[in-house]
Write a protein of this length. Structure first.
Length: 258
């Protein structure tokens, strides 16, 4: 696809949700003004922007703290998920024994596990990183294991007949072939990582957007809570877009979708 065609395709996919968001914000603004809704109950989008700008310095500091925590936890969670997928793929017995436990681990609410981690490991950065890791590793591990099992059997047989060892088959065939599925899991983990960081900060922290939201909740500053939510949504979108661009750069052999 030529660059002009790609640009047109990108715009066609972007403008419908953009128009929908603008329409929703306009309807929100109009409804709040027409019905005279109290700002502490449901502030207008214009008020949210105004108050957010007034506290931009403070919001920026808390946002940077959340970004640092998110990136560190996301990196650890992704690496953990990939490592688990590779180990379980190469050792089928472990996969049969541990895969049900991986699924079971996702049935424990993070909001319930977080306080336990704080009790066991204190209120430092370690329990927060563990919360994000627990949120991120599962989609990466499941997607990677699924991708590794979809390797072309004909190519695998050919490499084995050519004398390729287990490591060569994994590095040159299984791993490259699984990259689209792996990135599908990483994109999910990228958006989850922000949520995990907010939960960790909500449970116990002295900085970050989650901590900031706790403060504003106690003060009934609904407008600033909405401003923080806007930052959270923006961070999640930026994380997703960053992984999407990385995928396009690394998985160059994948054909363009028309």
């Amino acid at each position: 696809m030529n660059p002009k065609g790609k640009s047109a395709s990108w715009w066609k996919s972007v403008w419908p949700p953009l128009v929908a968001v603008l329409f929703f914000l306009a309807a929100w603004q109009g409804a709040v003004s027409y019905l005279h809704v109290e700002s502490w109950l449901l502030p207008a989008p214009s008020l949210i922007v105004q108050e957010g700008m007034a506290q931009s310095a403070l919001l920026g500091a808390h946002t940077w703290a959340t970004v640092r925590l998110t990136l560190a936890g996301f990196a650890i969670g992704t690496a953990t998920g990939l490592w688990i997928a590779i180990v379980l793929h190469t050792i089928p017995f472990l996969k049969s024994a541990l895969y049900p436990l991986l699924i079971l681990s996702q049935n424990i609410p993070t909001i319930a596990l977080g306080p336990l981690l704080m009790v066991w490991f204190g209120f430092g950065v370690l329990p927060k990183l563990m919360v994000i890791t627990l949120v991120c590793f599962f989609p990466v591990a499941v997607a990677a294991m699924d991708g590794l099992t979809r390797t072309d059997r004909t190519m695998m047989s050919y490499m084995r007949m050519s004398g390729a060892g287990r490591m060569a088959i994994f590095m040159k065939l299984e791993l490259p072939h699984s990259l689209p599925q792996v990135f599908s899991g990483i994109k999910i983990a990228a958006t989850y990582s922000v949520m995990g960081a907010i939960i960790a900060e909500w449970i116990g922290a002295s900085e970050g957007i989650g901590y900031y939201m706790n403060l504003q909740k106690s003060a009934y500053r609904t407008d600033l809570i909405f401003a923080a939510i806007g930052i959270i949504v923006t961070l999640s979108l930026l994380m997703f877009i960053a992984i999407l661009l990385l995928e396009k750069w690394l998985v160059r052999w994948k054909p363009d979708q028309e």
